[in-house]
Design a protein around this ligand. Structure first.
Ligand SMILES: NC(=O)c1ccc[n+]([C@@H]2O[C@H](COP(=O)([O-])OP(=O)(O)OC[C@H]3O[C@@H](n4cnc5c(N)ncnc54)[C@H](OP(=O)(O)O)[C@@H]3O)[C@@H](O)[C@H]2O)c1
Length: 282
């Protein structure tokens, strides 16, 4: 494992485990498998409706709480100061924990300034170790950094070889705020596992395409949280700490960037409308 220290001194594993879209009945055994493979950083969200199963699996594993890094997120519906404080307590209760390691604003919509004030307070109270955001573009991030008492320590955004968010990277480096990659494998889209350039590089290092892509993340000093329900793939994705891509191969992978997302466009009014309509509780 490689580690990354954030601005506030908290050190996180650079490779974690994503839990979006794992079928509810599979969540518990997937988390137990992932723990066995050595994953210690877990990513969930109130909107994934799996916090309870994740908390149960961690408890059942017997691994001490302080060895685990739990991430969860406040959904749009719970934006605002008071609602975020309530949502935070709900997530803690679901996960069966008294503190959250990484608490994030899930989407850059609704009253996220109110949420941020609540999160700053919870951070001061020692209930959250790292506060941050998700899906914040460069200008929203700058705005939040310039108008808050505590600056976000992490921005979880889509990031992979086909969408490497160059401008955002420069802005994050300025503050600095750590980039955490969701969709590090492009959610398997655009046939990424059969991309000719990636296959060529994978053959050179005798690795799989997934390993090459995740190794590229590590060398960009990004935290990545790939999701898989397959125990073999959990191991495969973790086996990336015994080789390095050379500069030419890093550059060849950098050159695959198409400059836009094929998964979601947060700048589109349709995305804002669709996500704002999505309710996770009454
Ligand atoms: N903040 C946000 O708005 C946001 C948005 C999206 C995701 N996330 C977080 O980021 C995590 C990761 O992103 P993601 O799940 O969207 O996409 P991802 O990790 O890029 O890709 C997951 C897909 O890749 C497959 N896969 C994983 N490892 C593989 C391997 N070694 N070989 C071949 N296929 C492999 C998985 O299939 P199998 O499961 O069948 O193996 C699944 O179809 C999520 O789980 C979630 O925790 C956050």
């Amino acid at each position: 494992m490689e580690y990354k220290s954030l601005t506030n001194g908290v050190t996180l594993p650079k490779l974690g485990y994503g839990t979006f879209q794992i079928p509810p009945e599979d969540t518990k055994h997937c988390i137990l498998e992932a723990l066995q493979c050595g994953y210690r950083l877990f990513d969930t969200a109130a909107s994934y409706a799996n916090e309870k199963e994740i908390g149960e699996a961690i408890l059942e594993s017997g691994i001490p709480r302080e060895e685990i890094f739990l991430t969860t997120k406040v959904w749009i519906q719970d934006a605002g100061y008071a609602k975020t404080r309530e949502a935070f307590e709900r997530s803690c209760a679901n996960l069966g924990v008294s503190y959250i390691d990484i608490y994030l604003i899930h989407q850059p919509y609704n009253d996220y300034y109110g949420s941020w004030r609540a999160m700053e307070e919870l951070y001061d109270e020692g209930r959250i170790k790292v506060i941050g955001v998700c899906n914040f573009s460069a200008e929203r991030l700058v705005d939040l950094c310039m108008n808050s008492r505590i600056q976000p320590m992490l921005d979880q955004v889509e990031f992979h070889p086909l969408f490497a968010q160059k401008e955002l990277n420069d802005v994050l480096a300025m503050y600095p705020c750590q980039l955490e990659a969701w969709g590090p494998l492009n959610e398997g889209q655009r046939d990424i596992f059969h991309h000719p350039e990636l296959i060529k590089i994978a053959a050179k290092y005798d690795r799989t395409v997934a390993q090459i892509v995740l190794r590229w993340h590590m060398q960009h000093d990004v935290i990545a949280i790939p999701k898989t329900v397959d125990p073999q793939r959990m191991k495969e994705n973790m086996a990336i700490f015994d080789f390095r891509l050379d500069e030419a191969d890093m550059a060849a992978i950098d050159a695959l960037d198409i400059g836009y997302s094929e998964i979601i466009d947060h700048q589109s009014y349709m995305t804002a409308k669709w996500l704002n309509k999505y309710k996770i509780h009454d």
